[in-house]
Every structure is written in structure tokens, then in C-alpha cells.
Design a protein around this ligand. Structure first.
Ligand code: ADP
Ligand code: ZN
Length: 600
């Protein structure tokens, strides 16, 4: 294994393996199959890239996304590794050259799209040359139930049938047991060793806040905690992505929209820009994300609640792949709850599917309403044993909410629902409770019922929070026939009868923002000279990346730039000790870097 470690240092410039990497590499180098489950940012790629360099022949990497493949290959080439990509985006002449070089044994790694790999022509082609291994990235794409389903992935078992002696590694960041079984089944990995890592992402700070004015809240969040950072903002509708992007732009934050309704060309342009430039905010529907391996996404914000914890975790997981501090921030309110419930009720799906969807939504709501550590809840949801009760890096741990005895207020709300015949939405009910004589209230003669005006002591915001929590707690439910109407449930009876006390969460009055410096891990407050040096290095990186036509992070990660500033290496030997500087990059950039560092 010392050989693998040498490659890690020499080629990739990293001092040590992370988590299970070394074990996986050893297993694969030995020629055995494996399934690797590691969270996003865990370092899956090295698990097959290093064996590819150690074993005879070329490693074939199957990946579903063109942009992902291209960036991976660019990063490998930067590190001096002979790798190429074959996909439909490549012009025929170039593809022919790649094929010739492949046959001549030129490459250590070849990335291919599944549909290309499965052609008879390609399979015959690789049958003529020595193969180091097959890597099947994003292996959860075999799963029909997942949202990334790719039918071609189901035929990848042909690799096993046709090349039984070539070791295979399947990799995914999707944790649940059902998907795992499906991967094993479909890819015939019954004898494969499973390497399961913790799914915790300790560098991500989780925050879920009450939705009041989501636009303004988003803006404040970015301004306070992530000014000049790259981030992703998720919205449910296409129109909203455009609105929010425009709004951020008018407030001095460079933002781009991304959704399935845009032309493929425009989408590709926006994505390229997001990947290549620094500090761009992408405002997107969930159509955006898979295969975005940009390591320095500093925040993921949700303006609408995802349907499930799986979705939430996958989307937020795109933040902080480089291991530096990052935020997952979400605003959530009464309408999210009502809207999501309605979407399930109105869908054409089978009852069984609706039941599963409801369960998943309830778990998501419970995460939003929890009074205890969000991280502990998330890990527990994924079936991981949790050794702590407070992580110290989520909003609940940092700023514990008070809970208050809301029994009387809840009784007022429930009885108002009952007295109005369980036919009205929260807005109307709150008008009655607050004693507002709106036209609608008067028309229905709801100003004459006993609950009229009994809730003047609480502001509208307070009542909305109560109704939201009642739905989340299952004390109220939405009616499938009329839009937004709230109905009592079996569980509300005991509360109405005064047999059960209800404690609800009190949102802190003022949001405490995390100071940007608090968020910046290994990034102590820089003095002026250091900041200047960092800026110079960044400019050099931007310039170099532009010349090479690759994203900036492919040249060096932020982590590397920070270390350069901190360690201030003056010789090539010293430079080699910096994380992310391998032999090849030293050759290419060493002189330039030393020049910049000496002058500083
Ligand atoms: P994944 O595919 O699991 O999401 P990647 O393979 O893209 O993760 O790795 C995430 C980041 O961590 C990459 O930028 C990679 O260069 C870096 N990385 C991986 N392994 C190590 C390591 N042993 N030491 C330092 N950085 C690493
Ligand atoms: Zn916590």
C-alpha cells in the first residue's frame, strides 16, 4: 500500500487517505469487486483513480453526466494523468483519435457514457486491450425508484458477463438500504465487499428558519454569511428561479437561473459559468445538481421544502465538498406544508405510493419542527448509530429554541376549525381568531361564533406558526377536496378535551447570523498582507484557469491557496508539502508560485 500512498502524494498532492479510501484501493488493486457508499465529498473518485494507475491496462469509468466526466478528466490531466472522455458531445474525428490512443494503450483512465459503453462496437473494442477495472459511478442510477433513474444502467451487468475477470467498483452517495440492494441485484455484485462510510457531513451547518419574507431572508442570509461565495438556491417552480435570480442581481449578487424549461444551450452556458467563475449563485430547480462536483459551493439554500429527507440531504450535500465550512439553509412555512400535502393527494399515483410519499413528507416535516439536533435526526433517519445528542453545528444546537405550553392556544385553534365545519384554510381561521371582520368572515357570519376574536393576544405570524406545527404534528390535516381546508384528526380529540398538553416551538425573535469568519474553517482572520497575497494567488489562478479552459478549482482548491498563504513556501521542496501540490503541478506552476510568494 505504500505505492498507493506515494501516488496519492506524488500525483494528487495529498498527505493521507481519508476514511475508507485505503481499504477500498487495496481491495480493488487485488482484483476484487466492491460497492462503495460514501457521502458526497467523501472522496470516491480516488478510490478508482489510484487503482487505475496501479493496475495494468486502462480503467473504464462509467458516468451518467457529460459535464462531470469532462471536469474529472480535466482535473486528471492537470495532475499529469493520461485520461480521456468518450461521449456524444465529442466530434467524430476526435472520438476516433481517442479510440486509436485507447487501442495503443495510451490511457490510464477512460470515461464513457453508459449508452456508448453498451454498444457492441465499443465492447468489442475494449475486448482487445488489457483492462485495469470498471468503475460504475453514481451507481444508484440503476434504481427505478430513485430520481436519477437511467435505464441503460440496468444493462451494465453485461460487464460482468463479458469480462468476468476484470474487477468492478460501484460507487454512490445514496445511502438507503433499498437502493443498495437494487444495485447489488442489478449489477450482479453479490460477492462484492461493501464499504460503508459515515454519512455525516460535519463541515455543513444546518439551519431551518421560519418563512416570513423568503426573498428578503435569503438576501440577508447571503449578505451576512456568504457574501462573494458560490452557492445554489433551490426553488420549486421555474418562474421562481428566474424571479429570485433577478432579485439577487438587483441587490448586487451575481445570480443565474437554471431550470428544465430553458434551452439546453442556455442551461449549459449558465452551468459552465457557475463552474468556472467564482462567487456565482445558481438559482435552480432540482433539475440542477447531480454531477456538479464543484468543490467550493459554500451554501445550499432551499426556498421551498423538499419532498423527502433523501432529497434534502442529497441537495444540501452539494455544499462543502472540499471539507471547508459550508451552510445548508432553508426557509419553511405553513404553505410548504399545505402545498406538499396537496401535491401528494392530487397525484394520480397508486395508494401505496401515496402512503410512502406521505411517510417521507412527515419525516421531512419532523426535521423542520424538531427541538433537538438536526444532524442527529438526519443520521438517525439514515440508520446510522449516532454517538452524540448535540452536534454543535446546527441552528438548534447553536441557538436552542424555547418551547412553550401552547395548550390553550391550540385548543382555541382546533375549536375554531370545528365550529366552522372544517371547511376553511388557515388564513380565514386566523382572521376569525384575531377578530378581523373581513368580508368573508362577515358573509359566513363567523363574527358571531364563540371563537371570534379569542386569539387577539397572538400576532398573525404566531398563529401561522401554530397552524403549521399542528399540521406537522398531525393534529390537523388538509382536506383533499377543497383547497387548503383544515380538518381535525383522531389525535386532536384528546387535546380538545383537555386530556393532553401541547408544547410548541418558539422561534427566536431575532435571527443570529453566523459571522462569516465563524464559518470559515481553516481560514483564520487574515491580516492585510495575507489577504493581499491570497488575492494575488486567486487572480493568478483565475488567469491560469482561463488559459487552460478549465474551472479554477481544477488548477488548485481554495484549501491549497490558503495553505500557500499560511506556510509561505519559498522553495520547491517546501511547495511539495502543501496539500494539493503534486509533482506534475509543481513542475508546471512551481516557478510561478514561488515568484508570487517571494515578492509578497
Ligand atoms: P465524491 O465523489 O465522493 O463526492 P470527490 O472524489 O469529488 O468526492 O472528492 C471530494 C474532494 O475531496 C475532491 O476535491 C478531492 O480532491 C478531495 N479529496 C479526496 N480524497 C482526498 C484526500 N485523501 N485528501 C485530501 N483531499 C481529498
Ligand atoms: Zn446539532
Amino acid at each position: 500500500m505504500s505505492h498507493a500512498l506515494n501516488i496519492l502524494k506524488e500525483v494528487f498532492g495529498y498527505p493521507a487517505f481519508r476514511g475508507q479510501q485505503a481499504n477500498v484501493i487495496e481491495h480493488l488493486v487485488d482484483g476484487k469487486d466492491c460497492l462503495v457508499l460514501m457521502p458526497t465529498g467523501g472522496g470516491k473518485s480516488l478510490c478508482y483513480q489510484i487503482p487505475a494507475l496501479m493496475r495494468k491496462g486502462v480503467a473504464i469509468v462509467v458516468s451518467p453526466l457529460i459535464s462531470l466526466m469532462q471536469n474529472q478528466v480535466a482535473a486528471l490531466n492537470e495532475a499529469g494523468v493520461d485520461a480521456a472522455v468518450l461521449n456524444s458531445a465529442l466530434p467524430v474525428e476526435e472520438a476516433q483519435i481517442v479510440e486509436q490512443k485507447l487501442l495503443a494503450g495510451y490511457y490510464d483512465l477512460l470515461y464513457v457514457a453508459p449508452e456508448r459503453l453498451l454498444t457492441k462496437r465499443f465492447l468489442d473494442l475494449i475486448a482487445q486491450i488489457p483492462l485495469a477495472l470498471f468503475a460504475i459511478d453514481e451507481a444508484h442510477c440503476v434504481s427505478q425508484w430513485g430520481h436519477d433513474f437511467r435505464p441503460e444502467y440496468r444493462q451494465l451487468n453485461v460487464l460482468h458477463t463479458r469480462f468476468p475477470e476484470v474487477p468492478r467498483i460501484a460507487l454512490t452517495a445514496t445511502a438507503d438500504a433499498v437502493t443498495r440492494e437494487e444495485i447489488i441485484e442489478r449489477l450482479v455484485l453479490h460477492d462484492a465487499e461493501i464499504f460503508l462510510s459515515s454519512f455525516d457531513r460535519p463541515n455543513i451547518n444546518y439551519q431551518i428558519v421560519d418563512k416570513i419574507n423568503s426573498k428578503q431572508q435569503l438576501l440577508s442570509f447571503i449578505q451576512h454569511e456568504h457574501l462573494h461565495d458560490a452557492g445554489i438556491v433551490y426553488c420549486l417552480s421555474r418562474k421562481k428561479t428566474e424571479d429570485i435570480a433577478a432579485w439577487l442581481n438587483t441587490h448586487g449578487i451575481t445570480a443565474l437561473p437554471y431550470h428544465a424549461g430553458m434551452s439546453p444551450h442556455q442551461r449549459a452556458l449558465n452551468q459552465e459559468k457557475f463552474l468556472r467563475e467564482e462567487s456565482i449563485v445558481m438559482v435552480a430547480t432540482v433539475a440542477f445538481g447531480m454531477g456538479i462536483d464543484k468543490p467550493d459551493v459554500r451554501f445550499v439554500a432551499h426556498l421551498d421544502m423538499p419532498k423527502s429527507i433523501e432529497g434534502y440531504y442529497q441537495e444540501t450535500g452539494r455544499a462543502g465538498r472540499d471539507g471547508q465550512k459550508a451552510s445548508a439553509w432553508m426557509v419553511y412555512g405553513l404553505n410548504d406544508v399545505i402545498q406538499q400535502r396537496r401535491m401528494i393527494e392530487e397525484s394520480e399515483a397508486q395508494t401505496q405510493f401515496k402512503q410512502i410519499a406521505t411517510k417521507k413528507l412527515e419525516a421531512m416535516l419532523a426535521l423542520c419542527e424538531t427541538n433537538s439536533c438536526r444532524r442527529a435526526y438526519l443520521l438517525d433517519y439514515f440508520g446510522e448509530p449516532v454517538a452524540f445528542t448535540a452536534c454543535g453545528n446546527c441552528d438548534i444546537c447553536l441557538n436552542p429554541p424555547d418551547s412553550w405550553d401552547a395548550t390553550i392556544a391550540v385548543q382555541k385553534a382546533l375549536s375554531c376549525v370545528y365550529r366552522t365545519g372544517q371547511q376553511f384554510g388557515a388564513g380565514h381561521l386566523i382572521d376569525i381568531l384575531r377578530g378581523n371582520q373581513t368580508i368573508r368572515v362577515v358573509d359566513w357570519e363567523h363574527d358571531r361564533i364563540s371563537t371570534f376574536g379569542i386569539g387577539k393576544d397572538l400576532p398573525v405570524k404566531g398563529w401561522r406558526a401554530i397552524f403549521r406545527q399542528l399540521i406537522a404534528l398531525g393534529l390537523l390535516t388538509t382536506d383533499s377536496d377543497s383547497y387548503g381546508a383544515l380538518c381535525l384528526t383522531e389525535a386532536s380529540r384528546a387535546v380538545l378535551k383537555g386530556q393532553k398538553k401541547i408544547f410548541l416551538r418558539q422561534q427566536p425573535e431575532h435571527k443570529k447570523y453566523l459571522h462569516k469568519k465563524q464559518l470559515a474553517n481553516d481560514c483564520p482572520i487574515l491580516d492585510q498582507g495575507a489577504q493581499q497575497l491570497l488575492d494575488q494567488l486567486r487572480n493568478w489562478r483565475t488567469e491560469t484557469a482561463r488559459k487552460h479552459g478549465v474551472p479554477a478549482y481544477v488548477i488548485f482548491h481554495d484549501t491549497t491557496l490558503m495553505e500557500l498563504v499560511r506556510m509561505n513556501p519559498q522553495t520547491k521542496d517546501e511547495l511539495l508539502r502543501v496539500t494539493g501540490v503534486g509533482a506534475h503541478k509543481l513542475d508546471k506552476y512551481g516557478d510561478h508560485l514561488i515568484e508570487i510568494l517571494r515578492i509578497a
